[in-house]
Design a protein around this ligand. Structure first.
Ligand SMILES: [Fe+2]
Length: 262
């Protein structure tokens, strides 16, 4: 009697399981129409024309950054053993307004505006600014890297590579959807770009330019120090013209957007 009951129970469990298991759905093998929404663009182009002049213009910035960091590197090496500049990234001060970078700055501004427009945003009431632009070079001894980050309070960010090759670091972008990241399943084949992919890396070379929305998390993988790795990084921000007191392309009178005082 007990054996019979157990058999019935097992049969029932199997039936229940099949009802909820998607893997057992054999009765609806129809092809479904797939549509993709909420896409995340990354744009790239090769613009090698700027490389030589901008490398030359960047040299003094990098030298200054190396000089600035030297005391702390020396201090570390004295305390823990000499590892040269290993692990460091030498960031310049702002390049905005430097006439040597003006052509690139204008190129970036115009392109970023077009890209936001292409994405479908109504830019009529906004003015786009390149709020940050700087050059950086990774350590000669290797170990240079950037951990995963986004650029807050920005709309379009980008890179222009001045020194890079197959041995150097490269940018890696990650899925900006936290909900998706929390529920990912293992990938079948990490070498393929699929809906299961959560990271995309870009092999880079001098002259390669990359634009992306500033919300896109990105990092730079550890550089091994075989060859120099240098690039310019920028962030652009769209500001409402009303905040800038601009109407019909002309400045308006008064501080319209200053917090009103009683
Ligand atoms: Fe960044």
């Amino acid at each position: 009697m007990k054996k019979k009951q157990k058999k019935v129970r097992n049969k029932r469990h199997k039936k229940d399981f099949e009802k909820i298991s998607c893997g057992s759905a054999t009765t609806f093998p129809k092809e479904l129409v797939r549509e993709d929404f909420f896409k995340c663009p990354i744009w790239f182009a090769d613009e090698p024309a700027f490389v030589d002049a901008l490398n030359k213009a960047s040299d003094s910035y990098i030298k200054t950054a190396e000089k600035t960091l030297k005391p702390s590197i020396d201090k570390r090496n004295k305390k823990f053993g000499n590892k040269g500049d290993m692990g460091h990234v030498f960031h310049s001060t702002s390049l905005i307004g430097d006439p040597n970078f003006l052509e690139l700055q204008n190129y970036i501004g115009a392109t970023a505006y077009n890209l936001l427009n292409e994405m479908g945003f109504d830019m009529a009431g906004y003015q786009l600014f390149t709020t940050e632009m700087w050059v950086q070079e990774f350590a000669k001894k290797g170990g240079g890297h950037h951990t995963l980050h986004t650029h807050w309070n920005g709309h379009i960010s980008g890179f222009y590579f001045l020194k890079a090759d197959e041995t150097t670091s490269m940018p890696m972008f990650e899925d900006p959807r936290p909900g998706n990241m929390m529920n990912l399943l293992p990938e079948k084949d990490k070498s393929k770009v699929t809906y299961a992919s959560s990271q995309i890396n870009y092999q880079v070379k001098p002259g390669r330019m990359i634009f992306f929305p500033s919300y896109m998390p990105h990092q730079y993988i550890v550089d091994m120090g075989y060859n120099p790795f240098r690039f310019i990084h920028w962030n652009c921000q769209a500001i409402p013209k009303s905040v800038l007191n601009i109407s019909n392309g002309q400045p308006t009178k008064g501080d319209l957007n200053v917090i009103q005082k009683k």
